[in-house]
Design a protein around this ligand. Structure first.
Ligand code: CMC
Length: 426
């Protein structure tokens, strides 16, 4: 049934179409309003759909997350990250032949050019790895000229695959550079997650010693982060990409947006917060700080713009978190004890219950990564690795159909036009 919305502007009645979603909220099509001399106002895009998309669906009230129609719980328990990457990019799950071809194609693209590796020498040892990763991805534009033909679907596919293939290598290089250690070459005999861990913790030419439990947990972390519809970093990729810029530049814009503690930086911020709390005896004090409106402190790893019931990714992550803690034998780690105490109090406190603030994925992924032995500053890089298939799929989806440069309008509240005053008259 075609729905319409009627609005009245200065006594004139205007009818707006309502576009029907296959799932979830329908949207009022306000594109014609500019002709009426009026814009809509929605800072932070709380009520605004910036595009249409067929990739990911979230029902934040019901705690549902679907990639191409498949529930995150089923994907996380039954699929590998590579299958999920293929699904996101192509819209359907791969057959075993398609998966093998996809795997081979990625393995062809995972090595970073030797000369390009020099870029890392320009970074200080103590530089945050997200700064190195963002710069290195942007720098890839200098290497892959063919990928600048963004109008060619095959070319876009190659670029998308290259970014998924190369991001673990770049991420591991950023880690190794920070430690002053030699880079470890990708090992094509290893799976995606194990190869990444081996490039961080192994040695070139030596067999991998990465535990299967840890490799599996990392693969699940990647799946759980793979896409999340129009979040801040994905919207940034779409916005930058809408200018027809080089794809590596658009993706590096997404990396920058992801870095912030309100988004992908939250997993790192969770650990920083746990260290600041320092002891279980201080948890209640920090919960009070989070509730105090005069205190900017927030409980990192709690709350979400879209999930107002529970974060389905957090539920899956919680179980892998428990498996990793058991495998590592670190259930008694003091920081993890603080995390458990915090989670318990926050789940029982009316402030958090009434505002529907639940532990989000970053709460459990932060704890899991800590138990795996990943240094805190690498947490957001791991989110970057996970989110790459989402970014490239959204970029490709946007360019596959007619699109417009993203150019929001504003509610101007500044001065009216006024005469310039010469310097000596001010
Ligand atoms: N601790 C304490 N109070 C909070 C928190 C928190 N973590 N999050 C929200 N609130 C309060 C907020 O102060 C507000 O209170 P009131 O109604 O009294 O003014 C109410 O809850 C609603 O919050 P909001 O800021 O309007 O919510 P938002 O949708 O704009 O922000 C958020 C969502 C994720 C930015 C925010 O919850 C937050 O900063 N959380 C901590 C950072 C974090 O964990 N981010 C990772 C999100 S999951 C990863 C991802 O998908 O990127």
């Amino acid at each position: 049934m075609v729905q319409k919305v009627q609005i009245t502007i200065d006594g004139k009645s205007i009818e707006l179409n309502v576009l029907e979603a296959s799932e979830g909220n329908n949207v009022v099509d306000v594109r014609g309003l500019i002709a009426e001399g009026i814009f809509t106002y929605d800072p932070g895009f709380l009520s605004t759909a910036s595009c249409d998309s067929k990739i990911t669906y979230i029902d934040g009230d019901a705690g549902i997350l679907l990639y191409r129609g498949y529930a995150i719980e089923q994907l996380a328990s039954q699929a590998s990250h590579l299958e999920v990457c293929y699904l996101l990019l192509n819209g359907e799950l791969p057959s075993s032949t398609q998966l093998a071809e996809f795997d081979a194609s990625l393995k062809d693209k995972q090595t970073v050019d030797k000369q390009f590796q020099q870029i890392f020498n320009g970074f200080a040892r103590g530089a945050h790895p997200m700064s190195m990763v963002g710069a290195a991805i942007s720098g890839l534009a200098s290497l892959y000229h063919e990928s600048t033909d963004i109008t060619d679907a095959e070319n876009r596919k190659t670029t998308a695959q290259r970014l998924i293939a190369i991001i673990p290598t770049i991420a591991a290089m950023a880690y190794k550079h920070g430690r002053g250690e030699t880079f470890v070459e990708p090992d094509p005999s290893l799976g995606y997650a194990e190869n990444f861990l081996n490039m961080c913790f192994g040695e070139t030419g030596k067999p991998s010693t990465i535990s299967p439990v840890i490799a599996e947990a990392m693969d699940k972390i990647f799946i759980l982060h793979a896409d999340h519809e129009q979040n801040a970093s994905t919207s940034t990729v779409r916005m930058a990409g809408s200018t027809d810029c080089n794809p590596y530049a658009a993706i590096s814009a997404g990396v920058s947006a992801l870095w912030g503690p309100a988004h992908g930086g939250a997993n790192e911020a969770v650990l920083d917060m746990l260290m600041e709390i320092g002891d279980v005896s201080r948890v209640a004090e920090y919960v009070e700080k989070a509730k105090d409106k005069d205190d900017p402190f927030k409980l990192m790893g709690f709350g979400h713009r879209v999930y107002k019931n529970f974060d389905p990714r957090a539920k899956v992550m919680e179980s892998y978190c428990a498996a990793v803690l058991a495998e590592r034998g670190v259930e008694n780690d003091p920081l993890l004890k603080i995390a458990k105490a915090l989670e318990k109090i926050a789940r029982e406190d009316d402030y958090f219950i009434s505002r529907k603030l639940y532990p989000n994925i970053d709460f459990y992924s932060g704890i899991t990564l800590k138990a795996v032995g990943i240094p805190t500053e690498l947490f957001t890089v791991i989110f970057t690795l996970g989110r790459m298939p989402g970014w490239v799929t959204h970029w490709d989806e946007m360019l596959s159909a007619p699109y417009k440069i993203a150019r929001p309008r504003q509610l101007y509240l500044g001065e009216h036009q006024r005469d310039f005053i010469a310097l000596d008259a001010r």
